[in-house]
Design a protein around this ligand. Structure first.
Ligand SMILES: N[C@@H](CCC(=O)N[C@@H](CS)C(=O)NCC(=O)O)C(=O)O
Length: 230
């Protein structure tokens, strides 16, 4: 039985969507990162990077949302799209674009906008600019194709959906007006029964709702060094 280590945030949500779309049987294991559960030794044995999501499948452990999507895609043969050399080129390119661009720039844009101490204008400007640029590239791709890779719904669209859920938080309230093609894909996927089941997953667990001092300590461990230096 697959065990899915989950927190209701963008990277785990991609995997929740795949599991639901594929109709795989799985057990969800909540990892409350605001309570520091990502640092439990049993979880670190599965994901030494101390982040969600992670997954075990019998003896197999996989961590990092995009590695998990690839693992599940390989395992099931589902949502891989056109695997000709040309198709594969696009598949890997856009999946890695989400993994190494959309994810990290979104995360840093939110961090500097909402959590970093002043002065932060330089960092806010840099990360917001890059996040906007990256989402703009998704939008341009979706202006040309129904899905990220053409006519077929693939796990790359699921990776995009995980982050599209938080576009207003990353880019600001009016952001959807500037990304009409991405919004179309987001709405289409969100209306799918699998996405609705994925969206219902957080309600099954009592995740810590507030972002208090305890949550900051676990999520921003780097701040301990500043406190010491001060
Ligand atoms: N590259 C990783 C990033 C994972 C990640 O940053 N996960 C966040 C949730 S979206 C997390 O668990 N954060 C907890 C922490 O930073 O302690 C992936 O794609 O899975």
């Amino acid at each position: 039985m697959i065990k899915f280590y989950f927190h209701p945030s963008p990277n785990p949500m991609k995997v929740a969507l795949f599991l639901e779309e594929a109709g795989l049987e799985y057990e969800t294991v909540p990892v409350d990162t605001r309570r520091g559960e990502q640092f439990d030794p049993a979880f670190l044995a599965i994901n030494p990077n101390a982040k969600t999501p992670a997954l075990t499948d019998g003896d197999v452990s996989v961590f990092d949302s995009n590695a998990i999507l690839l693992y599940l895609g390989d395992k099931t043969g589902l949502f891989m799209g056109d695997m000709s050399p040309a198709g594969r080129g696009q598949f890997y390119s856009w999946l890695m674009f989400v993994a190494t661009g959309i994810g990290p720039y979104s995360g840093q844009a939110v961090h500097f906008k909402h959590f970093a101490p002043e002065p932060k204008e330089y960092a806010v400007n840099r990360y917001s600019f890059e996040a906007e640029r990256h989402y703009g590239l998704l939008d341009a791709q979706l202006a040309k194709h129904r899905y990220m890779l053409g006519d077929a719904y693939t796990l790359v669209d699921m990776a995009v959906w995980g982050w599209a859920r938080v576009v207003p938080r990353v880019l600001g309230d009016g952001a959807w007006d500037t990304l009409p093609h991405l919004k179309r894909l987001f709405d289409e996927i969100s209306a799918r029964p699998a996405a609705q089941r994925a969206n219902a997953l957080p309600e099954k667990f009592a995740f810590k709702p507030n972002f208090d001092e305890e949550a900051r300590r676990h999520l921003f461990p780097q701040n301990a060094r500043l406190a010491k230096a001060g």
